[in-house]
Design a protein around this ligand. Structure first.
Ligand SMILES: Cc1cc2nc3c(=O)[nH]c(=O)nc-3n(C[C@H](O)[C@H](O)[C@H](O)COP(=O)(O)OP(=O)(O)OC[C@H]3O[C@@H](n4cnc5c(N)ncnc54)[C@H](O)[C@@H]3O)c2cc1C
Length: 481
């Protein structure tokens, strides 16, 4: 072997390496003596070229282990890319978490998975989640009693109960059937290209009477959008109406947190660092330098911002960018959980306040233990009561709101509601980004080169969060990256 062609040992200063001689290969017995290597002075550039290229600590760092960040990590992993998630909280899930209190499973705010969300269907294993579905339709409190408003999302001829129920006029029922047909016929492209207008304007323009708006659309979709004024984009309304018509509202048997747990379980071990809130970002030659409040300092080749928009904007402000999107309002909600031995209703159905806001703060409620018995310990029921538009900032505000809620429960279900025990209360100020418009998707890359993902980038939903995670991962694995 001609060893004269061997490179010299790397020398950052271009000087002969003092250790080089000692590192010469020793002559083997019987072998010809190795010729002396020429010790020629090298240029700095040549020496630099010989150094191993410095690598960042992590190929991709994702800030936030909500559904968007988790799904981005999942997609990157599937594509053979390595990534690390830094998460501020003590568990993955973001806004989809479930607390276990005295054997009750309390989702942090009432929420449901629509089984027809296309991205959820693609990404999640529904069988393993053991989904439990709500009955379609609703039980509507109106005129001092409850009315079963049978499934407005299915065909009229299949819903005899819907056709005959007394709380909406026959004309409105025909308009619902027409709406359903048009939503089912529309593809995404035509939904997204329809003129932007609010849901309320759309309903008025479609001829719906104020009775059905107040008794059904406002509490039902107010509960979905988490705003009762129905100023949310009609595009989003029609998109969701289609999904409600095609599938069901569901929760995993063991609570909503099973969704992020399933996504996290698909990642390699040590992919997520919990209790690691990112506090600063700095652009460096290698990519990004990231520091957390827990003292971690690391570098990343590429950065995905999957925090909620307010936290994302605060971090991005530090790297001189106008921010991910114009400031927007977030919808507020509060959920109270009550334990009772007797369920106030006998079906796994959503109960709506169809009497307007003047009737009290409750917008909708459900007995979660009727949907999935695992939400309550044996012999008990769990009632989940929701207020839309309000999230008190302190205990005094929560106590005052609970008194109002309890008064309304007493009017609805009689004095037995007095004995219900509060098991938890969740005021959520940043529950959902107000969705005044809906575009197919927003580009994932910001002007800083940081990839942005999260529900605020797409639609305010589980579907939106998952889709935005996929979009960010595709950008990183695609030809443009
Ligand atoms: C009460 C409520 C009801 C809802 N109802 C429904 C429903 O019925 N159906 C539906 O489809 N959707 C519903 N949603 C919406 C859905 O939950 C969200 O759209 C989705 O979970 C958003 O996921 P995300 O990953 O975009 O954001 P998030 O879940 O907010 O995740 C962001 C993550 O970033 C982390 N983070 C923030 N700052 C930092 C930092 N500096 N460093 C590290 N980590 C950070 C956070 O801790 C969090 O884990 C509801 C939401 C709420 C709150």
């Amino acid at each position: 072997m001609d060893t004269t062609a061997l490179p010299l040992f790397p020398d950052p200063n271009g000087d002969p390496a003092p250790a080089a001689a000692a590192a010469e290969p020793t002559a083997q017995p019987g072998a010809a003596p190795a010729p002396a290597r020429p010790r020629v002075p090298r240029s700095k550039a040549a020496a630099k070229a010989e150094q191993p290229t410095p690598q960042p600590d992590a190929e991709v760092v994702i800030i936030g282990a909500g559904l968007a960040g988790l799904n981005c990590a999942r997609e990157l992993t599937l594509a053979g890319r390595s990534c690390l998630i830094l998460e501020a909280a003590d568990a993955p899930g973001g806004r989809v978490r479930t607390d276990i209190v005295d054997g009750f499973r309390l989702d942090r705010g009432f929420q449901v998975l629509l089984t027809e969300y296309p991205e959820a269907k693609r990404v999640l294993d529904y069988d393993k989640l053991a989904l439990r579905t709500f009955l379609p339709g609703a039980l509507v409190r109106q005129g001092g009693s409850f009315h079963r408003f049978a499934d407005p999302f299915r065909e009229l001829r299949k819903g005899i109960a819907f056709a005959t129920d007394p709380i909406v006029s026959f004309g409105d029922k025909l308009r619902v059937a027409k709406l359903r047909r048009s939503c089912l016929a529309a593809d995404d492209a035509s939904l997204f290209s329809a003129p932007e207008e609010t849901t309320r304007e759309f309903l008025r323009r479609s001829g719906f009477t104020s009775a059905i708006v107040e008794r059904f659309f406002e509490p039902f979709f107010g509960g979905v959008f988490l705003e009762r004024n129905l100023v949310t984009s009609a595009r989003f309304f029609r998109y969701l109406f289609r999904l409600f018509s095609l599938g069901y509202a569901a929760v995993p048997e063991l609570g909503m947190e099973e969704i992020p747990r399933q996504l996290a379980a698909a990642l390699p071990a040590d992919s997520i660092r919990l209790n690691s809130a990112v506090r600063s970002l700095e652009k460096i030659d290698l990519g990004w330098k990231i520091e957390t409040t827990s003292g971690i300092s690391l570098t990343a080749g590429q950065l995905v911002m999957a925090a909620r928009e307010p936290e994302a904007k605060a971090l991005l402000a530090g790297v001189r960018t106008p921010g991910p999107a114009p400031a927007r309002n977030w919808n507020r909600t509060t959920t109270f959980y009550y334990a009772t031995t007797t369920s106030p209703i006998d079906e796994p159905v959503i109960v709506l306040n169809g009497e307007g806001r003047s009737a009290g703060p409750i917008n909708h409620l459900a007995v979660m233990s009727l949907v999935s018995p695992a939400y309550a310990p044996p012999g008990a029921h769990l009632v989940c009561v929701n207020v839309v538009g309000s999230a008190p900032e302190n205990d005094t505000g929560m106590e005052a709101l609970e008194v109002e809620v309890r008064n309304q429960l007493r009017r609805w279900f009689g004095p037995s509601a007095n004995s219900w025990q509060v098991v938890g209360g969740y005021p959520i100020a940043h529950a959902l980004p107000l969705q005044l418009s809906m575009a197919p998707h927003r580009p994932a890359q910001s002007d800083t080169g940081i990839l942005l993902c999260g529900d605020y980038q797409t639609t305010a939903s589980i579907q939106g969060a998952l889709t935005s995670g996929t979009a960010a991962a595709s950008f990183l694995t695609g030809p443009q990256s």
